[in-house]
Each structure stands twice: as structure tokens, then as C-alpha cells.
Write a protein that binds this ligand. Sequence first.
Ligand SMILES: C[S@@+](CC[C@H](N)C(=O)[O-])C[C@H]1O[C@@H](n2cnc3c(N)ncnc32)[C@H](O)[C@@H]1O
Length: 345
Amino acid sequence: MGTTNSTTKKRSSKKLNCSLHINDHYNNNSNSKRRFSSESTSSSYSTYSFEQLIKTCGNRQYFNGENVRDIFPIDQDELKRLELTHIWNKELWESEPFLLPVDEVFSRNAKVLDIGCGNGIWSLDMARKYPNCHFTGFDILANFPLDVKESNVDFTLGNILEGLPYDNNTFDLVFMRNMKGCLTQKDYNICLQEIIRVSCRWILVLDSDIILIDGGPLANQLREEVLDELMKKYDINMMPSSIIRKCLEDNNQLSDIYFEDKQCPIGNWGGRLGTIYWQILKWATKNLYHSVSSLYSEEEYNLKVDEAFDELNQYNSYDMVFRICAKKNAEKRKSFTVKKISRKF
Ligand SMILES: C[S@@+](CC[C@H](N)C(=O)[O-])C[C@H]1O[C@@H](n2cnc3c(N)ncnc32)[C@H](O)[C@@H]1O
């Protein structure tokens, strides 16, 4: 059984001194405007300066791995990739957008927390769709836009691995999507414990397992080399579904756990969804170069990626995407249910 956290663990808030660094940096580097909520501008517990978090390699920027790790870059190119990923994700789950009982969760004045919100694209979408609910984006970087018109969305700056700056049972729903590149296997436990602590009802986690089912020889070999290196060097597991499931199933505050996976085609053979996923995955793989640079020269790596992705297009390959929803119970659970749904393409 996982540890339960009954005492309030709200982190002490300190005057934010890193937001200025971060805003200055981004204002110099992009046209998009970013904003903080009045709460988060005056009180964030994070004391990192932008320089403490970031390193520059060539013309790209990365977390330096001292406080936060991410195998992907954290620049504008990566944010664009995340925007396309959001569009793909919406289309992928379009016919059944939530695993949650939507009416129960969103019909009241629900408070929702979006962990690792990036540029806030999910929270902003949801804030428009559910104006009666309040959405808070949480991220270690201030990529959240400044020019948001909706009054039901705000942003808090912080590092989830240091604990969330909220009381126990604060949010009706805590949402986390596509974080596998920045959480080590050990981090998942810390992160999910915090998510469960601040949720009073629902938890929803979305991601994908990079499996390449029916991939060809070039793609399979590249996948194996890259995934091995990420695991050995950074303790990053690109197939996180079983880790997340285990953390949730071991936590005795959760009573119902629903796990759903879905095949997603990689390549033109899968129509629009497959074409977009192929594009996102290839973009992500190219963006990984810095994290696997001890294995290949950049030229060699880019060539291997091009060949592997041409092959994926021909082999009718697919990956597994998944979402896990869990319900927190105020009372200690006596028994719990795990339901699994698998959807074929
Ligand atoms: C791959 S992006 C996912 C963005 C968003 N969830 C989405 O689906 O569009 C990962 C985000 O997590 C943030 N992040 C990474 N480590 C973090 C940490 N320890 N605490 C808070 N945010 C973190 C990064 O800054 C980045 O914005």
C-alpha cells in the first residue's frame, strides 16, 4: 500500500523573484504574452531563477537537470509541437472526451488543477467550455499566456517535486497530461502522491506508451537504442502506463480506477489521426537529439530518424495512448475496483 497523507502539507509561500527572470526571458524571445494570477505573482514558493533551471545547447534550450529534468527542449519549437499534440489529443478522444462522469465533475463550480500545463492550452480550452468552473495551470516555467480574457483561469509557478502549494482536498479534479519526458520513475511516486493529496475527488492522467507495435526493423532498432539510453542515463521510462497504474492502485485513498488504452496509427495509413501522430512523434524524436547525443552524431541521428519514420509509414505501425481516471474517497477504502477498456483503431 502507498503512503497516505492525512495532514495538510501546504507549502510555505515565498515572494516570487523568478517570475521576472522568466518573463523577461520570454518577452525577449517570443511574441506571446504571458500572465500570472494575482495569487501566483505575489506568492510562489519556487525560488529558482531562470538561469538556475536552463542550459543552452547550440540554438536550443533545455532544463539543466539539476532541479528539473526534461529530455525534450523547452523552447518555442517544442511549444509548437505541444500545440499540435493538443489538437491530436482532442481528435483522438473526440467521441468520448472524458473518462470521467462529465456532468458530475463539470456541472458544479468545480476547481480544476492542470499539472505541467505548459502554455495552458488544455486549461484555456476547458475554461471556455466550462465557464462555471475554475482552472489553475501549474508549471515550473511561465509559458502561460498573459493576454487571457477568461476570468476563470489562472496560473501558478512551481515545481511539483517540491510539493504543491495547496491544502489537502482543494481541487475537484487534478489533470496531468504528457509528462513522461520530465518525470523519472521515482518522480512519478512523489508527483502522484501530491496530486492525490490536493484532489478531493477526481484524478485524470493522459499519456502514451512508445511501443511501435508492428514497427519495421529500422524503427524498432532506433526505438530500442533511444529508450535504453533514456532509461540508463535519466531514469526516464517512455512507457509510463504501468508505473502510473501501480502508483494509483497502491494508494489506499483511491477507490475506483479506470484505465483505458487506445491504438493510435502512426502514418498516412491511419488517415488524419495517423498522419498527425506520425508528425508529432517524428518531431519529438528529432527534438530528443541532445538527450541521446552520446550515441550518434547529429547528422547520423537525423538520417536514422528519417529512415525509421519512412519505414513506419509503410508498416502500418501503431502506438498505445492511454488515460487513467481515479476517484478519491474521503473514507479509507475497503475495496477498490480497477476497470480496463481497450479500444482498437
Ligand atoms: C511536455 S510538457 C506538457 C504540457 C501540457 N501538459 C500539455 O499536455 O500540453 C511538460 C510540461 O511540464 C513542465 N514541468 C516539467 N517538470 C515540472 C515540474 N517538476 N514541476 C512543474 N512543471 C514541470 C514543463 O515546464 C512543461 O511545460
